[in-house]
Write a protein that binds this ligand. Structure first.
Ligand code: ATP
Ligand code: MG
Length: 331
């Protein structure tokens, strides 16, 4: 996969290049696209900004963003080529505590799997198994057909962009140095690195002239997270792992950034695993949602199936959404 195939050409004025790629997304799928009225503007004019926790609106938002869908919603394991695969994975600490218990799932090419679960459920542990920061005790994690143990770890990690919980930027590197790190390791020419840097900073809404010479401590938490996203995308890896990538953003910016991220995903077609404990984020961003609890994967659902699930943990998340909706409508 070359950089040219997937390089980003955001238009100014929107954080991730805005809704300007409606035409691209539609033509890439060879189908007609719906008008994108609500999502075109800045977040201040978006009717979803304040209400995007509500299930119906969330799904309306997602299906607008994802129209035309590249695939129908489904919960059964898709038959498309799996890029990431967990086969009966267990992870135990030396003291015998099990952090992951018999976890199996697949993520097909171009899908976005959201791992949803409360704090301590094992989401980050599962994510770190994909780029082999954590190794299984038992079972297999496969990436692009090979087990992570068969991969050279460096080669594996170059295929995978990783947005770390709390952004994980190098504090003594500027924004420019943080983002350019992997392209430099890949020995890209200086001009290409510079172009990529500017392109990515524009994409995440941080103009290069203003931000590239700053150190992480000179950014807000949300800006650091956006630099983290830019860094993960820098060398254009086909796989992205994102650990609560939007956690430090204020709700309005968060709503805008994740919608535009969704659109970006539609265009770039990367295979993504996102970790979150936020149900609205899961419904908005996921092609499928993997519900984790106490080290177990309770099920994999499409967003629509999740809303209808009778699993008590899934139902508890949905009940929270409905409570909020009712509370607001009663005011
Ligand atoms: N190296 C470790 N040593 C001991 N316990 C660990 C270690 N790493 C993780 N844990 C424990 O394993 C459990 C799962 O951790 P993990 O980081 O995967 O949770 P998480 O679902 O990502 O939670 P959060 O939403 O809070 O980030 C937690 O109880 C955590 O305390
Ligand atoms: Mg975590």
């Amino acid at each position: 996969m070359t950089e040219n195939n997937h390089s980003c050409h955001p238009r100014p004025g929107t954080r991730f290049g805005g809704a300007a790629r409606q035409k691209n997304a539609a033509s890439a799928n060879g189908r007609r696209s719906l008008p994108r009225l609500a999502i075109r503007g800045r977040f201040t004019s978006s009717p979803f900004s304040l209400f995007d926790t509500f299930p119906a609106r969330l799904l309306a938002c997602q299906s607008t963003l994802r129209f035309p869908l590249r695939r129908p919603f489904m919960s059964s394991e898709p038959s498309r080529q799996p890029i990431i695969e967990f086969r009966r994975v267990n992870y135990r600490l030396a003291n015998g505590n099990a952090l992951l218990k018999d976890v199996s799932f697949t993520v097909p090419l171009g899908d976005t799997l959201v791992l949803l679960g409360r704090s301590g459920a094992g989401k980050t542990t599962a994510l770190k198994m994909i780029n082999r920061l954590v190794e299984t005790n038992d079972g297999e994690v496969r990436v692009e057909g090979k087990t992570t143990l068969e991969w050279n770890p460096i080669a594996l990690r170059r295929r995978i962009g990783y947005v770390i919980q709390e952004s994980g930027l190098f504090p003594h590197y500027t924004v420019e140095e943080n983002i350019s790190l992997v392209p430099k390791l890949e020995r890209w020419p200086a001009q290409r690195i510079r172009e990529r840097l500017e392109e990515l900073l524009l994409l995440v809404g941080l103009p290069a002239v203003q931000f590239m010479k700053r150190y992480p401590h000179e950014l807000s938490g949300g800006q650091r997270q956006r630099v983290g996203v830019a860094r993960a995308l820098a060398a254009d890896p086909p796989i992205l792992l994102m650990d609560e990538p939007f956690g430090a953003l204020d709700p309005l910016t968060r709503g805008e950034v994740r919608r535009e991220f969704n659109e970006l995903q539609q265009r770039l077609g990367k295979t993504i695993v996102i970790v979150t404990h936020d149900i609205s984020e899961a419904l908005l961003l996921g092609t499928r949602i993997g519900l984790m609890d106490a080290g177990e994967l309770r099920g994999i659902y499409s967003p629509r199936e999740f809303l209808r699930s009778t699993d008590p943990v899934a139902a508890a998340y949905v009940a929270q959404l409905r409570l909020l909706e009712r509370a607001v409508e009663e005011t």
